[in-house]
Design a protein around this ligand. Structure first.
Ligand code: ATP
Ligand code: MG
Length: 219
């Protein structure tokens, strides 16, 4: 049995065509079903639905053999350092769920002069480790505030001066009178594989990786 960990929403939807290329179809829609384990048309392949940020943990500890997770989630997980992520192979950038991790501030906040003057900046993020690394590299002093969602609200309520969050079109930022001031990194989702599973089930996992690779847009 091969177990693949996915999260609801864009990762599930954008992984479906890749699964199809490997001859795998999923019978149920996770948005409609309450089931957390979804069978597929292949009796030896199943999908487990987990929170996006839990995918690395499932795969690392063998709760799933493979998973699909954003680069943001993978780097934040590794930087969190609850044990080195040595059991986690990343054989493939799937180039799905593309966005960027950026710093954003309120339209009326003068980020450039705050940085120039060496002020302490209060930064709210779900990605506290990546945010800490970014500002440390720039030599900017920050107070970090961990949030689990709706980051855009933090600068609007005075909780923080800046946020570190994912941006794709920038529409959400604009709708909340926020401005992107710095890109930290480009983000896409990767296939991750449990190292022990790769040894024990080398052939079926290798076939899956190859089918995924052949279904990716060539660029
Ligand atoms: P959770 O409910 O656990 O907080 P989430 O809100 O992060 O999960 P998604 O919004 O589905 O879940 O994001 C999953 C992944 O998709 C992110 O880790 C990121 O890599 C990518 N992603 C997030 N937002 C966007 C976006 N607006 N455009 C493209 N990709 C995105
Ligand atoms: Mg989201």
């Amino acid at each position: 049995m091969i177990t693949l960990a996915l999260s609801k929403g864009r990762i599930f939807e954008e992984t479906l065509p890749l699964l199809a290329a490997a001859g795998i179809t999923v019978g149920e829609d996770p948005e409609k079903s309450r089931k957390l384990i979804l069978p597929t048309n292949q009796p030896d392949v199943r999908i487990v639905m987990v929170r996006a940020s839990d995918v690395p943990t499932y795969v690392e500890h063998g709760g799933a053999d493979l998973g699909v997770a954003g680069r943001d989630v993978l780097l934040e997980h590794a930087a969190g350092g609850v044990g080195a992520s040595s059991g986690l192979y990343q054989p493939l950038d799937l180039k799905i769920a593309r966005c960027r991790l950026s710093v954003a501030v309120r339209e009326d906040f003068d980020y450039a002069s705050a940085v120039r003057q060496g002020s302490r900046i209060r930064v709210a993020s779900k990605y506290v480790h990546l945010a800490r690394q970014h500002f440390a590299d720039k030599g900017v002093h920050v107070d970090l505030i961990k949030l689990y969602g709706s980051m855009e609200l933090a600068p609007l309520t005075g909780l923080a001066d800046a946020i570190v969050d994912l941006v794709s079109t920038g529409g959400t930022l604009r709708a909340n009178h926020l401005r992107e001031v710095e890109k930290i990194m480009d983000v896409s989702s990767r296939l991750v594989v449990n190292a022990a599973a790769l040894k024990l089930q080398r052939e079926p996992i290798r076939r899956l990786i190859e089918a995924f690779a052949s279904a990716l847009p060539q660029d």
